[in-house]
Each structure stands twice: as structure tokens, then as C-alpha cells.
Design a protein around this ligand. Sequence first.
Ligand SMILES: [Zn+2]
Ligand SMILES: [Zn+2]
Length: 153
Amino acid sequence: MKILVARIPEEGSHYEGSEPGSIIELESDPVIKSFGDVFYVLYGQVVSGELVVRGSLNSEVELRCARCSEIFSTTVEVSDFLRAYPAPEGTDMVDITEDLREEILLHVPGFAVCSEDCKGMCSQCGADLNNGPCSCEKSTSPGPWSALDGMSL
Ligand SMILES: [Zn+2]
Ligand SMILES: [Zn+2]
């Protein structure tokens, strides 16, 4: 998204619209599958040689659940976008695309689960326990080393 600094009146300008999700798209990420359009509601104002942009962003994102590995979609919301760009007199345009991308990525949850009560996968057979219990024998409490199972050292 480019802001035409020269056209901003003294009281500032409102910007509302969207950018394609491809501005964020990652090559390959184990958790993030894809982004939808990035919607923005921003306000820009030039204050003593700086373009100050603030507002909110949101984007639909498809993530891989950290428990069951299923892909699910959720909305990433940024409610406090605030950046300042040097804009000395004569500045024509400022491109803020890279910052939109960065803010959205910062707000993608680090540990994303498809639902609060996702049951995840069986640590023994890998079955998705959301589809019902698997046929593995139930051990009443997992041993202290069970988290290390399957890890190759
Ligand atoms: Zn899940
Ligand atoms: Zn199992």
C-alpha cells in the first residue's frame, strides 16, 4: 500500500481498503498455510516532517493446528498499527506494504489450536482424537519422558 503524502490535507486522511494476501504469502511455513486479503482502516497525517500512520488491520489466515495438525482458518487482527515514516517536504509517496506484512505476521498466534478443546493426536498411533478415541491402550498418566518419544537425538 502506498500513501500519497503530497495529497494529505493538514487534518489527515482516512484510508480504507484491502491488499491481496499475496503481500504476506510465505514460501513455505510449517504453521501458516495462506493469507486472505489484508483489510486496513488507517489514518495518516503529516506531523513535522513525518508521516504518522495508525489504525487497524485484519486478515483471514489458514493455520495448521499445533495439536491435531488439521488446517483451520482464523482471523488475525491488529488493532494498534502505528508507524512513523520520514516525510520531508517534497516527499511524494511512502510505501507501507512491508510494515503491513510485518504487523500481520507478528500477530499470528505462535501456538495455534483449531479449538480450545482440540483433543490433538494420539502420541502412539497418531490418530486424530477429535474423530473419537483410538484403539491404543490407555496409560492413565503419561510418563515424564513421553514427550521425548519419537524424537531422534
Ligand atoms: Zn486441532
Ligand atoms: Zn492411538
